[in-house]
Design a protein around this ligand. Structure first.
Ligand SMILES: Cc1cc2nc3c(=O)[nH]c(=O)nc-3n(C[C@H](O)[C@H](O)[C@H](O)COP(=O)(O)OP(=O)(O)OC[C@H]3O[C@@H](n4cnc5c(N)ncnc54)[C@H](O)[C@@H]3O)c2cc1C
Length: 381
């Protein structure tokens, strides 16, 4: 179905993103996987191409695009090349940006945003802890007042960009007796005494993204490191999670659609019993089914983008887009692997890697179960 979400400006932007990816990423993905890292030079190049500061006002080095469709274009193009690329960059320009633009003081903006846009300050967000991620209100890292400063103690895990980030937005408990209403966000910066990183975690997929454990031992944080309001951190996160989930949905679908297109081509070329494997009715119907699932889901997600632009995207609709797209992505990619036969199980084939890369989307940014919990609650259940 013809999508109507984008206009000429968005398509022109898409061309420039593709050009960037052609020049700096597409041909190097294998190397990134081997190195288990996206090199900092790519971030700097992305900064030069104005890809990182979409949300950031021009006075701080950004683009000041008030239109989320540009984020959507970027997410689509990155995930079509590499899911890990989309997640590392996405955490920065799509997830962390709203915190650093909307909740910060003028002084903080001046301190962080120019580097954020140029790729010199890579960011991460630490919500999840070793003891749990789904029940965010139960987090146990603490920040205790000491004069004008705060003393942070605790640990975070599974943090995207955690190994290389220069600035991590960390959620910590500041009022133990208040649960959700006692959490504050802090900017913890590389080099601060007591801030240490554990190993780069060995994941099932997305090997080129860096995912790490973070440890905080008596990290002294001046009050200028507080992001937003003291004790309102949980609300700050809840207000921004719908965008994170919509961004996930956009990437999930684009990632699956790119591999499905390649699989359809493969099904036209690969022969068995003297005919194209795609021409067997089973496979033809299967591919018809998968294309339909992608396109119908796309229509829902596109509507979510428009709603977000209009300021009307609800947390529940974002949850629906997030879990459903993750499920569709995983189902589609599993079938794609099957259609490739033995080659589908070989790491050198993109389809195999995509299948492994996709598995996490049903877990992170709120698992499918948590998304259904939100939707169920909205049904009054
Ligand atoms: C590669 C990767 C990158 C990540 N990046 C980040 C990041 O950048 N920042 C960050 O903060 N976190 C990040 N995460 C963490 C991610 O958001 C959490 O893993 C996720 O929220 C689930 O938390 P958990 O792993 O502690 O699982 P748990 O909360 O222990 O849940 C375990 C299982 O129980 C289920 N469950 C829990 N509660 C309920 C319930 N009420 N009803 C039904 N089922 C339930 C869950 O759905 C899950 O299946 C990342 C994770 C991965 C794997």
């Amino acid at each position: 179905m013809q999508r109507t979400l984008y206009g000429d400006d968005h398509e022109a932007y898409r061309s420039s993103v593709r050009e960037f990816l052609d020049r700096h990423a597409r041909a190097h993905v294998e190397q990134f996987i081997e190195d288990r890292a996206i090199p900092r030079e790519i971030w700097i190049e992305a900064g030069k191409q104005d890809l990182l500061g979409l949300k950031v006002p021009e006075e701080f080095g950004g683009v000041g695009a008030g239109d989320y469709r540009f984020n959507a274009v970027l997410g689509e193009e990155l995930s079509a090349v590499s899911a890990a690329f989309a997640s590392c960059f996405g955490i920065h320009y799509d997830v962390c940006a709203p915190y650093l633009v909307e909740l910060t003081t003028q002084e903080q903006k001046q301190r962080w945003l120019p580097g954020f846009c140029s790729g010199e300050i890579v960011t991460a967000i630490g919500m999840t802890e070793p003891s749990g991620g789904s029940d965010l209100a139960a987090l146990t890292s603490t920040a205790v007042r000491d004069g004008d400063d705060w003393i942070l103690n605790g640990a975070k895990t599974f943090i995207t960009n955690g190994y290389s980030a220069d600035l991590v937005i960390v959620a910590a408990r500041t009022s133990p007796e208040k649960r959700a209403k006692g959490i504050t966000l802090f900017a913890v910066e590389a080099g601060m005494q007591g801030f240490e990183r554990g190993r780069k975690l060995d994941k099932v997929g997305q090997s080129e993204s860096d995912t790490a454990e973070l440890f905080f031992t008596d990290v002294r944080l001046p009050t200028e490191q507080v992001i937003g309001d003291v004790d309102r951190g949980f609300i700050h996160m809840m207000e921004r999670l719908p965008q994170e989930r919509l961004g996930s949905a956009i990437s999930n679908l684009s990632h699956a659609a790119a591999i499905l297109t390649e699989t359809i081509q493969y099904a036209k070329e690969r022969k068995a019993f003297g005919q194209q494997i795609g021409s067997f009715q089973h496979n033809k119907f299967l591919l018809a089914d998968l294309v339909t699932r992608i396109e119908v889901t796309q229509a829902y997600v596109d509507q979510g983008v428009l709603a977000h632009n209009a300021g009307t995207l609800s947390a529940v609709d974002a949850a629906k887009a997030k879990w459903w797209s993750a499920q569709v992505q995983n189902d589609v990619l599993d079938h794609c692997v099957q259609l490739y036969g033995g080659y589908g199980y070989m790491n050198e084939y993109r389809v195999a890697r995509a299948w492994r890369d996709a598995r996490v989307t049903k877990i992170w940014a709120g698992s499918n179960e948590i998304m259904k919990e939100l939707i169920g609650r909205d049904l009054g259940l």
